[in-house]
Design a binder for this molecule. Sequence first.
Ligand code: SAM
Length: 377
Amino acid sequence: YKIKTIEEGLTKIEFPEFDKVSSDAPVFYNPHMELNRDLSILAIQVFQKEQKREINICDLFGGSGIRGIRYKNEIDGVGEISINDISETANHYEKHNIKLNNLEDIEVYQHDASMFLRMKRGEFDVIDIDPFGTPSPFLDSSGYCAKRNSLLCVTATDTSALCGTYKEPCIRKYNAKPYKSEYCHETGIRILAGFVALTLSKYAKCIDVKMSHSTEHYMRLYLEIKKGSKRTDETLNNIGYISHCKNCLHRQTSNGLASSIDAICPVCGEKLIHAGPLWLGPIQNGEFIQKMIEETENKKINSEKEALKLLNKCHDEANAPATFFDIHLICKTLKISAPKFDLILDELKKEGFIAVKTHFKPLGMKTDASIENIKNI
Ligand code: SAM
């Protein structure tokens, strides 16, 4: 193999060179995931500071080892790191890269991810799940392993399933019905969060979403795990459905797994389309995200500009309701050309509504105004 060297943050990594990013590469490395890794460093550092203790981290799908190695190298207050990967070649490069960065307190393991989590119950303060495609098969063992007040970081790259391009894979993997609307990336993140919450609930564990984002080909969740059956029962009230009207663009939510969901759009009388079960609780925590923004000053991250842009938008979304409107789509149904985006936001705010941009889509608007209010404006 010809060896390729890359640098992210303060860390140098080597692995066999390949032509195209693919799961067939001898050791997987995706440069498009640097922002994901940079944000993980910010989120885990904020979590560590909030916990005020040394944290042990599990990098469950190590690949080249870049995550685990960066976490040890670039986050303060980290104790032991466990890097796991089922591939022997990956293990070889993980060990090589640990030496390359002169690091200690990192162990490398070669197990199936679920087996590994079952063996290591309660040993990690942070579990990072970064598989090929869906994290779904590994969430049950994560629920078993995760301890009280720990952080679960979850990546999903099967966005076409979560967004509803194809319905069946979403039903199969997440036991939820997707719907491909203009805000399908948000529905997708909520289906993923809902599935994690439901999977963990059998272990009387629940989630508190600290931050989430949908970027390029993947979705990412940062979840603080809490324990207790009463608490878990309460948070499951956040599971429900989003109902959408294709005709007038009205949408509404209903909490609970109950069977009584409106069938007809209250605005125009058309049939509503339902997506779920999914997470209707908060998917951004403004206070946590503010600390991530501040943490960028202490870290060397190559994606800083992009990270700050994303974090600021996620921060603004924290108090806005679920789903968002696409300005162009609304204007198309009104058969008018689109006014300036900021003008619409200002007018809605003047009338006392929440109106913010969203990281999900450039012309997406989160607001508590109804579709009729927006059309009038
Ligand atoms: N986290 C890495 C990064 O940031 O560059 C990328 C990980 S890559 C997407 C997924 C890795 O999971 C591959 O290295 C693959 O060998 C490993 N893998 C696949 N199935 C696995 C399983 N069942 N258990 C453990 N590792 C697995």
